[in-house]
Design a protein around this ligand. Structure first.
Ligand code: URA
Length: 435
């Protein structure tokens, strides 16, 4: 088999066989297929597409390019959750202790933030001493004993995807549906869970900005997961404004803790409950979404979800006293109010701009190597649908550098789309996608 012939075949719109896709991914992973041939192939895929069977084969070949985790030592049905990434997306922090408090084991791989979107690991590192660098033995023991463990992605999970994603990034071939779906799902399938729940964001701050593209991506991923033998479902959630009110690492952790105490913002709670409901059903813990909602509310009301969160933080070396006293989290030196210059209604808050403002403050990474400031961020005082009076506070910026705060303030001010017409409050949970 020659890679040259496979490129020619895809270029002319023909279907690649299972063997051909395996040959291509194995050769690319071991270096026998060079980057220039693989980039010609990804460009051909961008123009000609891949059908469902080819997309599943690509995903499975990438999954098998490295370790596939064996979670069989963990009792119970393991349900993984993945988000395509958003601004203010602290969902995993509240969701995992809620489902774990209900007896559903959470064995999760998480990542760090890059660009305008944040990452779960950075947020967890707001707890002094917390580490995701735990051994496999500790990881399995913690899931079995307390119900949650979160580790950083190991280098050998779907290495073909890691290499391919880096290549796509510099050859303008990221935005192809089959390539995106197979990239995400290869890592999820290598993580070894029994079922997968996907949070596919849609709107300005999302990877997929158009609604129909988000639905198409969700359908493609659900179909891959199902064909790979895992129960899989997706929820399309809104990212035409940041999720919740807090953007920035420690501010988001505090908001997640408030949510576990039953005092979180409604939109955030709705996303947590939508995803948690699916996880509980897949794990056989609830018969339907309504029962799942009642169960989730009960562990918030009786404090066991908050207790579970503290237990998890402690088990991974973190100082759990912060869970009970959030005033301990590091605070930024300065704050600045962003005020409305007109009266009207908030139609949208460009989430990407708010995410970039947080990055400008030092709260996000411009490159993988950037150091981040966990104390900075933005608290939104007005959200979509709210009325605003001239001079009223739209948001407050927390920072440690006045120059950076001035830059961030301009971005946050311009992120608010305010007009005289009454604005409808948009639902945050837009649609469920099942196989
Ligand atoms: N995230 C991924 O992991 N892969 C993609 O291709 C796009 C987003």
């Amino acid at each position: 088999m020659r890679m040259y012939d496979l490129i020619e075949k895809k270029k002319s719109g023909k279907e690649l066989s299972t063997e051909e896709i395996r040959f291509m991914i194995e050769g690319f992973t071991d270096g026998s297929i060079p980057d220039y041939q693989m980039s010609a192939m990804t460009m051909a895929i961008c123009f000609q597409g891949m059908n469902e069977r080819e997309t599943v084969d690509l995903t499975l070949a990438m999954r098998d390019s490295g370790d596939v985790l064996d979670l069989s030592k963990i009792s119970g049905i393991k349900v993984d959750k993945h988000s395509t990434g958003g601004v203010g997306d602290k969902t995993s922090l509240a969701l995992t202790p809620i489902v774990a408090a209900l007896g559903v084991p959470v064995a999760k791989m998480s990542g760090r933030g890059l660009g305008h979107t944040g990452g779960t690991i950075d947020k967890l590192e707001c707890f002094p001493g917390f580490t995701t660098g735990i051994s496999e033995e500790t990881f399995l023991k913690n899931v079995n004993e307390i119900g949650i463990a979160i580790a950083g992605q190991t280098a050998n999970l779907a290495p073909a995807d890691k290499k391919l994603y880096a290549l796509r990034d510099v050859t303008a071939t990221v935005d192809q549906m089959s390539l995106i779906a197979s990239s995400i799902m290869s890592k999820k399938l290598a993580s070894g869970s029994d079922a997968i729940v996907l949070d596919v964001k849609t709107g300005n701050g999302a990877f997929m900005k158009k609604y129909e593209d988000s639905v198409a991506l969700a359908k493609a991923m659900v179909s891959i997961g199902t064909m790979a033998g895992k129960k899989t479902a997706a929820v399309i959630t809104d990212m035409d404004q940041p999720l919740g009110l807090a953007v920035g690492n420690s501010l988001e952790v505090i908001e997640a803790i408030e949510t576990l105490r039953g005092r979180g913002p409604e939109d955030f709670k709705q996303v947590v409950f939508a995803l948690g409901g699916l996880m509980l059903q897949f794990a056989g813990r609830a018969a339907n979404q309504e029962e799942a909602m009642q169960l989730m509310q009960s562990v918030i009301d009786d404090g066991s979800a908050l207790e579970k969160f503290a237990e998890f933080i402690r088990a991974q070396g973190g100082d759990a006293s912060y869970v009970y006293d959030t005033s301990l989290f590091p605070k930024a030196a300065y704050c600045m109010e962003i005020k409305a210059k007109d009266s009207g209604f908030v139609h949208r808050i460009l989430a990407e701009e708010v995410g970039i403002a947080c990055m400008t403050l030092g709260g996000g990474r411009e490159t993988k190597e950037s150091e981040i400031d966990l104390s900075v961020g933005i608290l939104l005082h007005k959200k979509n649908g709210d009325s605003v009076k001239d001079g009223e506070t739209l948001a407050v910026i927390y920072g440690n550098d006045k120059e950076k705060m001035d830059l961030a303030a301009g971005k946050v001010f311009h992120a608010y789309e305010i007009s005289q017409e009454k604005a409808e409050k948009l639902p945050v949970v837009r649609e469920y996608i099942f196989s």
